[in-house]
Ligand binder design. Structure first.
Ligand code: 6PG
Length: 239
Protein backbone atom coordinates (compact mmCIF):
# COMPACT_ATOMS: atom_id res chain seq x y z
CA UNK A 1 0.00 0.00 0.00
CA UNK A 2 1.74 3.18 -1.17
CA UNK A 3 1.49 5.70 1.58
CA UNK A 4 2.26 9.38 1.37
CA UNK A 5 2.04 10.23 5.05
CA UNK A 6 2.44 13.58 6.77
CA UNK A 7 2.81 13.16 10.51
CA UNK A 8 2.29 15.87 13.12
CA UNK A 9 2.68 15.89 16.91
CA UNK A 10 -0.94 16.77 17.58
CA UNK A 11 -4.35 16.71 15.85
CA UNK A 12 -4.31 20.52 15.95
CA UNK A 13 -1.06 20.70 13.97
CA UNK A 14 -2.26 17.96 11.62
CA UNK A 15 -5.50 19.87 11.01
CA UNK A 16 -3.63 23.14 10.43
CA UNK A 17 -1.32 21.51 7.87
CA UNK A 18 -4.16 19.80 6.02
CA UNK A 19 -6.13 23.05 6.00
CA UNK A 20 -3.14 24.93 4.57
CA UNK A 21 -3.04 22.42 1.71
CA UNK A 22 -6.80 22.66 1.18
CA UNK A 23 -6.57 26.45 0.99
CA UNK A 24 -3.71 26.25 -1.52
CA UNK A 25 -5.79 23.95 -3.73
CA UNK A 26 -8.87 26.11 -3.19
CA UNK A 27 -7.13 29.31 -4.31
CA UNK A 28 -5.68 27.54 -7.34
CA UNK A 29 -9.05 26.03 -8.33
CA UNK A 30 -10.90 29.34 -7.91
CA UNK A 31 -8.30 31.25 -9.93
CA UNK A 32 -8.36 28.65 -12.72
CA UNK A 33 -11.99 27.47 -12.75
CA UNK A 34 -13.78 30.00 -10.59
CA UNK A 35 -15.04 27.30 -8.25
CA UNK A 36 -13.81 24.79 -5.68
CA UNK A 37 -15.57 21.63 -4.54
CA UNK A 38 -14.77 19.65 -1.41
CA UNK A 39 -16.36 16.51 -0.01
CA UNK A 40 -16.31 16.76 3.79
CA UNK A 41 -15.70 13.79 6.05
CA UNK A 42 -17.90 13.01 9.02
CA UNK A 43 -17.07 11.56 12.39
CA UNK A 44 -15.03 13.45 14.98
CA UNK A 45 -11.52 13.81 13.52
CA UNK A 46 -12.20 16.56 10.95
CA UNK A 47 -14.08 18.80 13.44
CA UNK A 48 -10.85 20.51 14.48
CA UNK A 49 -9.98 21.35 10.86
CA UNK A 50 -13.48 22.72 10.21
CA UNK A 51 -13.36 24.86 13.36
CA UNK A 52 -9.90 26.21 12.43
CA UNK A 53 -11.17 27.09 8.95
CA UNK A 54 -14.03 29.14 10.44
CA UNK A 55 -11.85 30.72 13.13
CA UNK A 56 -8.77 31.64 11.09
CA UNK A 57 -9.76 31.88 7.43
CA UNK A 58 -13.37 33.03 7.50
CA UNK A 59 -12.60 36.37 5.87
CA UNK A 60 -10.04 35.33 3.29
CA UNK A 61 -11.94 32.36 1.88
CA UNK A 62 -13.89 33.24 -1.31
CA UNK A 63 -17.04 31.50 -0.04
CA UNK A 64 -19.08 32.48 -3.12
CA UNK A 65 -16.89 30.09 -5.11
CA UNK A 66 -16.65 27.31 -2.52
CA UNK A 67 -19.02 24.32 -2.66
CA UNK A 68 -19.25 21.96 0.30
CA UNK A 69 -20.41 18.39 -0.28
CA UNK A 70 -20.38 15.32 1.99
CA UNK A 71 -18.70 11.95 1.59
CA UNK A 72 -21.32 10.23 3.66
CA UNK A 73 -24.20 10.85 6.04
CA UNK A 74 -26.08 9.00 8.67
CA UNK A 75 -29.78 8.59 7.81
CA UNK A 76 -30.94 10.67 10.77
CA UNK A 77 -32.66 14.08 11.04
CA UNK A 78 -30.38 17.06 10.35
CA UNK A 79 -30.47 18.11 14.03
CA UNK A 80 -29.61 14.64 15.31
CA UNK A 81 -26.42 14.45 17.38
CA UNK A 82 -25.15 11.80 14.95
CA UNK A 83 -25.63 13.90 11.80
CA UNK A 84 -22.43 14.72 9.90
CA UNK A 85 -24.21 17.75 8.44
CA UNK A 86 -24.97 18.93 11.99
CA UNK A 87 -21.31 18.55 12.98
CA UNK A 88 -20.18 20.51 9.89
CA UNK A 89 -22.78 23.22 10.60
CA UNK A 90 -21.72 23.54 14.22
CA UNK A 91 -18.00 23.73 13.47
CA UNK A 92 -17.88 25.49 10.09
CA UNK A 93 -21.00 26.24 8.04
CA UNK A 94 -22.92 28.31 10.62
CA UNK A 95 -19.81 30.45 11.24
CA UNK A 96 -18.89 31.50 7.71
CA UNK A 97 -20.69 33.56 5.04
CA UNK A 98 -21.07 30.71 2.54
CA UNK A 99 -24.15 31.06 0.31
CA UNK A 100 -26.67 28.43 1.37
CA UNK A 101 -26.91 27.14 -2.21
CA UNK A 102 -23.19 26.28 -1.98
CA UNK A 103 -23.81 23.83 0.87
CA UNK A 104 -24.81 20.52 -0.68
CA UNK A 105 -25.80 18.40 2.29
CA UNK A 106 -26.88 14.78 1.92
CA UNK A 107 -30.44 15.54 2.98
CA UNK A 108 -32.27 12.85 4.90
CA UNK A 109 -35.85 14.18 4.88
CA UNK A 110 -36.88 11.48 2.44
CA UNK A 111 -39.16 8.44 2.98
CA UNK A 112 -36.21 6.07 2.59
CA UNK A 113 -32.41 6.11 2.46
CA UNK A 114 -32.64 4.90 -1.14
CA UNK A 115 -34.68 7.98 -2.09
CA UNK A 116 -32.18 10.19 -0.26
CA UNK A 117 -29.28 8.57 -2.14
CA UNK A 118 -31.07 9.11 -5.46
CA UNK A 119 -31.70 12.75 -4.56
CA UNK A 120 -28.04 13.33 -3.75
CA UNK A 121 -26.98 11.82 -7.05
CA UNK A 122 -29.27 14.36 -8.77
CA UNK A 123 -27.59 17.11 -6.73
CA UNK A 124 -24.16 15.90 -7.85
CA UNK A 125 -25.22 15.76 -11.51
CA UNK A 126 -26.53 19.32 -11.29
CA UNK A 127 -23.07 20.48 -10.22
CA UNK A 128 -20.69 18.08 -12.00
CA UNK A 129 -22.72 17.09 -15.07
CA UNK A 130 -22.93 13.55 -16.33
CA UNK A 131 -19.36 12.37 -15.69
CA UNK A 132 -18.41 11.03 -12.29
CA UNK A 133 -17.67 13.91 -9.90
CA UNK A 134 -14.00 14.75 -9.44
CA UNK A 135 -13.84 16.75 -6.23
CA UNK A 136 -10.99 19.23 -5.96
CA UNK A 137 -10.55 17.87 -2.43
CA UNK A 138 -12.10 14.90 -0.71
CA UNK A 139 -11.57 14.43 3.01
CA UNK A 140 -11.87 10.92 4.38
CA UNK A 141 -11.65 9.38 7.83
CA UNK A 142 -10.64 5.89 8.84
CA UNK A 143 -12.52 3.53 11.11
CA UNK A 144 -10.64 1.07 13.31
CA UNK A 145 -11.76 -1.81 11.11
CA UNK A 146 -10.72 0.02 7.94
CA UNK A 147 -13.97 1.66 6.82
CA UNK A 148 -13.98 5.05 5.18
CA UNK A 149 -16.95 7.27 4.39
CA UNK A 150 -19.67 4.70 5.03
CA UNK A 151 -17.95 1.97 3.05
CA UNK A 152 -17.51 -0.89 5.51
CA UNK A 153 -15.66 -4.20 5.06
CA UNK A 154 -17.70 -6.65 2.98
CA UNK A 155 -20.13 -4.00 1.77
CA UNK A 156 -21.52 -4.56 -1.74
CA UNK A 157 -21.05 -0.80 -2.21
CA UNK A 158 -17.32 -1.51 -2.53
CA UNK A 159 -17.93 -3.18 -5.89
CA UNK A 160 -20.43 -0.67 -7.23
CA UNK A 161 -19.55 0.29 -10.79
CA UNK A 162 -22.29 2.72 -11.72
CA UNK A 163 -24.01 4.55 -8.86
CA UNK A 164 -22.36 7.58 -7.29
CA UNK A 165 -24.32 7.46 -4.03
CA UNK A 166 -25.75 4.42 -2.29
CA UNK A 167 -27.88 3.77 0.77
CA UNK A 168 -26.06 1.20 2.90
CA UNK A 169 -26.57 -0.66 6.15
CA UNK A 170 -23.48 -0.33 8.29
CA UNK A 171 -22.34 -2.35 11.33
CA UNK A 172 -22.25 0.92 13.24
CA UNK A 173 -24.65 3.26 14.97
CA UNK A 174 -26.81 4.34 13.19
CA UNK A 175 -26.82 1.49 10.68
CA UNK A 176 -28.67 3.32 7.87
CA UNK A 177 -26.32 5.57 5.97
CA UNK A 178 -25.68 7.26 2.65
CA UNK A 179 -22.24 7.10 1.08
CA UNK A 180 -20.34 8.14 -1.98
CA UNK A 181 -19.16 5.02 -3.80
CA UNK A 182 -15.64 4.29 -5.08
CA UNK A 183 -16.96 5.34 -8.51
CA UNK A 184 -16.75 8.90 -7.21
CA UNK A 185 -14.05 8.58 -4.55
CA UNK A 186 -11.59 7.15 -7.07
CA UNK A 187 -11.95 10.29 -9.19
CA UNK A 188 -10.84 12.73 -6.49
CA UNK A 189 -8.22 15.26 -7.56
CA UNK A 190 -6.81 15.56 -4.02
CA UNK A 191 -7.69 12.94 -1.40
CA UNK A 192 -6.70 13.49 2.22
CA UNK A 193 -7.24 10.88 4.92
CA UNK A 194 -7.33 12.57 8.32
CA UNK A 195 -6.44 10.05 11.03
CA UNK A 196 -5.72 10.79 14.68
CA UNK A 197 -5.56 8.91 17.94
CA UNK A 198 -3.85 5.80 19.22
CA UNK A 199 -6.91 3.64 18.45
CA UNK A 200 -6.14 4.03 14.72
CA UNK A 201 -2.54 2.81 15.01
CA UNK A 202 -3.35 -0.84 14.46
CA UNK A 203 -5.47 -0.37 11.33
CA UNK A 204 -2.86 2.02 9.89
CA UNK A 205 -0.14 -0.57 10.43
CA UNK A 206 -2.34 -3.21 8.76
CA UNK A 207 -2.97 -0.94 5.77
CA UNK A 208 0.70 -0.03 5.47
CA UNK A 209 1.80 -3.66 5.50
CA UNK A 210 -0.48 -4.76 2.69
CA UNK A 211 1.22 -5.75 -0.56
CA UNK A 212 1.00 -2.98 -3.14
CA UNK A 213 -0.10 -5.13 -6.02
CA UNK A 214 -3.06 -6.81 -4.34
CA UNK A 215 -6.53 -5.46 -3.69
CA UNK A 216 -6.73 -4.12 -0.15
CA UNK A 217 -8.73 -6.07 2.44
CA UNK A 218 -9.97 -2.72 3.79
CA UNK A 219 -12.36 -0.19 2.23
CA UNK A 220 -9.92 2.65 2.96
CA UNK A 221 -7.32 0.76 0.95
CA UNK A 222 -9.72 0.45 -1.98
CA UNK A 223 -9.76 4.22 -2.48
CA UNK A 224 -6.97 4.65 -5.00
CA UNK A 225 -7.55 7.71 -7.17
CA UNK A 226 -5.06 8.23 -10.00
CA UNK A 227 -3.72 11.30 -8.26
CA UNK A 228 -2.96 9.29 -5.12
CA UNK A 229 -3.90 9.94 -1.52
CA UNK A 230 -2.16 11.76 1.32
CA UNK A 231 -2.47 10.51 4.89
CA UNK A 232 -2.49 13.27 7.48
CA UNK A 233 -1.68 11.60 10.79
CA UNK A 234 -1.04 12.71 14.30
CA UNK A 235 1.81 11.02 16.19
CA UNK A 236 -0.61 9.01 18.31
CA UNK A 237 -2.02 7.31 15.22
CA UNK A 238 1.27 7.03 13.34
CA UNK A 239 3.04 5.34 16.22
C1 6PG B 1 -18.78 8.76 9.49
C2 6PG B 1 -17.51 9.04 8.80
C3 6PG B 1 -16.59 7.88 9.01
C4 6PG B 1 -15.49 8.41 9.89
C5 6PG B 1 -14.72 7.30 10.55
C6 6PG B 1 -13.72 7.88 11.54
O1 6PG B 1 -19.84 9.18 9.02
O2 6PG B 1 -18.68 8.17 10.58
O3 6PG B 1 -17.58 9.49 7.58
O4 6PG B 1 -16.06 7.32 7.86
O5 6PG B 1 -14.63 9.23 9.09
O6 6PG B 1 -15.67 6.50 11.22
O7 6PG B 1 -14.46 8.57 12.52
P1 6PG B 1 -13.73 9.39 13.70
O8 6PG B 1 -13.10 10.57 13.04
O9 6PG B 1 -14.85 9.78 14.63
O10 6PG B 1 -12.72 8.46 14.32
Amino acid sequence: MFFESRIFPTIAEMSEAALDEIRRILNDAVSKRNRFSIALAGGHTPAKLYALWAEKYKRETPWDHVHLFFGDERFVPVDDLLSNYRMARQTLIDHVPIPKENVHAMLTNFPSPEKAAEAYEVELRKFFGESAPAFDVQLLGLGIEGHTASLFPGSPALDEQRRWVLAVTAPAEPPQRLTLTPVVLNQGLNTFFLVAGEDKREILTALRSEPQNEQSKYPAGRIRPARGVVWYLDQAAAG
